[in-house]
Design a protein around this ligand. Structure first.
Ligand code: SAM
Length: 180
């Protein structure tokens, strides 16, 4: 399941790789957009309007929860991550990405991405809600999951490419956690 799937940017490559994908988003307007794009791409993806918390109430569980760029937008990160943990089957894997909180992330993720490059609408992010890697590990542990790995997503403006980094988690980064 891709929680906070937006328009399905991650659901589609996962489906192409052979996964059975459920995409869930709290914003109702995202779902028809994601469905229309999947239809154009001839992909079979189960898109649903809802929240992580509502999926828990419905008793749903999944092998993998993809949780990309959502936790820095929610009012209660600990409650949200606990819901994500409850959505995993025992032995399941959660992949969670977010944005670090420091002066560089303010310059890159807010000034650069929203105001200079205009990759995102202005006001998408609140810097104070960004989460450091250690804070996210604590939240993940508090949710009842075991963090196993974390890596940075690093953008190179010369080659115009993104790379995974073992050391540089200064702006965007991703974590992997297991439900024991
Ligand atoms: C910044 S977007 C990320 C979209 C997508 N994951 C990506 O990386 O392109 C955050 C999304 O999370 C959704 N969202 C926020 N809280 C949620 C919740 N509790 N349950 C499900 N979706 C949620 C929002 O509606 C929004 O579409």
């Amino acid at each position: 399941m891709d929680i906070g799937c937006g328009g399905g940017l991650l659901c589609e490559p996962m489906a192409r790789l052979g996964a059975t994908v459920v995409g869930v988003d709290a914003a109702e307007r995202n779902i028809p957009v994601a469905m229309a794009h999947a239809a154009q791409s001839e992909l079979d993806i189960d898109y649903r309007h809802g929240t992580a918390e509502a999926m828990v109430d419905a008793g749903e569980q999944f092998d993998v929860v993809l949780n990309m760029e959502v936790v820095e937008h929610v009012a209660d990160p600990q409650g949200y991550l606990t819901a994500c943990q409850q959505l995993l089957k025992p032995g399941g894997l959660m992949i969670c990405s977010t944005i670090n909180r420091n002066p560089k992330s303010f310059a890159m993720a807010i000034v650069g991405a929203e105001y200079v490059m205009r990759w995102l609408p202005k006001g998408t992010h609140e810097w104070s809600k960004f989460i450091t890697p250690d804070e996210l590990y604590d939240l993940i542990k508090g949710a009842g999951l075991s963090p196993v790995d974390r890596k940075g997503f690093v953008f190179n403006p010369i080659t115009w490419q993104w790379k995974l980094s073992e050391r540089d988690l200064s702006v965007n980064y991703v974590t992997a956690s297991i439900k024991q």
